[in-house]
Ligand binder design. Structure first.
Ligand code: ATP
Ligand code: MG
Length: 343
């Protein structure tokens, strides 16, 4: 599928599994982009890329593959600048990019990260990537990149916001008869509260930026429709053995409620069974340690089996992944995960 999105709670292995999936797609011949929309940015260490927001090609030299692997960290400013340059007229784009309100918007508006993830996915599709893998932030924010664009779309289509955006310039040019009494009252009231200079700056900015905001909202709707199409997009829930039941239920419910399709559940970090038994005569602390380890392995296996039974009717692919002997950093470790996923 061209778009694969990985969700899960903190630290379960989303970034590792997403990066491994992207590697697998590239080795199979896709031009694949793995995009992290998580500000924490562990993708950098997993793939050894630097921190600028542009796509960077990850050399696959040691591995034989037909495709290309690219990685990018979501960069709010770069993504919004690109939308402004592409969708505003040149003079308007210059005014927007240099406007003080734009600088504030970019740096301080909470949630810009979540709003721009959808725009960035649209840009990646425009750039001709045949496979796009999305690594998301931990659960508290996990679904916000799907919810916020929808909320924004409603916001820009509300009558009051439309009225402000469309009539402000007329109001400034002033033959008051041209604009409705309602907007006249609205601007005067807002000015009383916030002071004239600030209001002029904000409204002036908004009146030019309105077209970009409306364009963003149209594209967000198109992209969300693609994310809801099971032929184009699949969602994977990543979890660990003891969290699997709770995480599986939560994300399956929340994604279904929003009409997104869950294709896979990855249960990561299952401890592999201890091979054989210790010979008699080993010091007892070691025997105890091995016994404890084996108990945890057994509990992991039971959790995995329970989860497989519970979700087999709802989620087509249930994938167990073992605990690896070292951190998942660099291509060889990611390739290990690819091999485990193919077992
Ligand atoms: N199967 C595994 N075996 C061993 N270590 C693993 C495995 N999967 C992940 N890890 C390690 O666990 C840590 C967390 O993994 P990762 O960053 O992929 O999780 P995450 O869900 O993306 O975390 P966050 O919620 O912080 O973004 C990393 O140090 C990674 O190397
Ligand atoms: Mg991560």
């Amino acid at each position: 599928m061209p778009i694969e999105i990985f969700l899960g709670t903190g630290g379960v292995g989303k970034t590792s599994v997403a990066a491994a999936t992207a590697l697998k797609a590239a080795l199979a011949g896709s031009k694949c982009l793995v995009l992290t929309i998580d500000p924490a940015r562990r993708l950098q260490t997993a793939l050894g890329i630097d921190s600028n927001g542009l796509e960077q090609r990850v050399p696959l030299d040691l591995l034989e593959g037909k495709g290309e692997l690219w990685a990018a960290l979501l960069d709010v400013r770069a993504s919004l600048d690109r939308a402004v340059l592409r969708y505003a007229k040149p003079q308007e784009a210059k005014t927007i990019l240099e406007h003080p309100v734009y600088q504030i918007l970019i740096t301080s508006l909470a949630g810009m990260q979540e709003l721009l993830a959808i725009e960035r996915i649209h840009q990646a599709l425009e750039d001709g990537f045949t496979s796009i893998v999305i690594d998301t932030a931990p659960s508290r924010h996990a679904l916000e990149f799907l919810d916020k664009p929808e909320f924004f779309t409603h916001l820009v289509s509300t009558p009051l916001v439309k009225l402000v955006g469309r009539t402000y310039k007329l109001w400034m040019a002033s033959p008051l008869t041209l604009i409705s009494k309602m907007s006249f009252e609205l601007y005067s009231r807002v000015e009383e509260i916030l002071g004239t200079a600030l209001v002029h700056q904000i409204l002036e900015f908004f009146s030019i930026f309105r077209k970009i905001a409306e364009g963003y909202s149209d594209r967000a709707q198109q992209t969300l429709a693609l994310l809801r199409d099971p032929h184009t997009t699949s969602f994977t829930i990543v979890t660990t053995p003891f969290k699997a039941k709770r995480d599986g239920e939560y994300f399956l419910h929340e994604l279904k409620r929003r009409k997104f399709y869950v294709n896979s559940l990855v249960v990561n970090r299952l401890w592999p069974a201890y091979p054989g038994t210790l010979p008699p005569g080993f010091p007892s602390p070691l025997q105890e340690l091995v016994g404890w380890y084996q108990n945890v392995c057994d509990a992991h296996q039971r959790a995995w089996q329970e989860v497989s039974r519970q979700f087999s009717g709802d989620i087509p692919k249930l994938i167990p992944l073992p605990e690896l002997s070292r951190d998942v950093d660099g291509l060889p470790a990611l390739y290990n995960i690819v091999e485990e996923m193919e077992r």
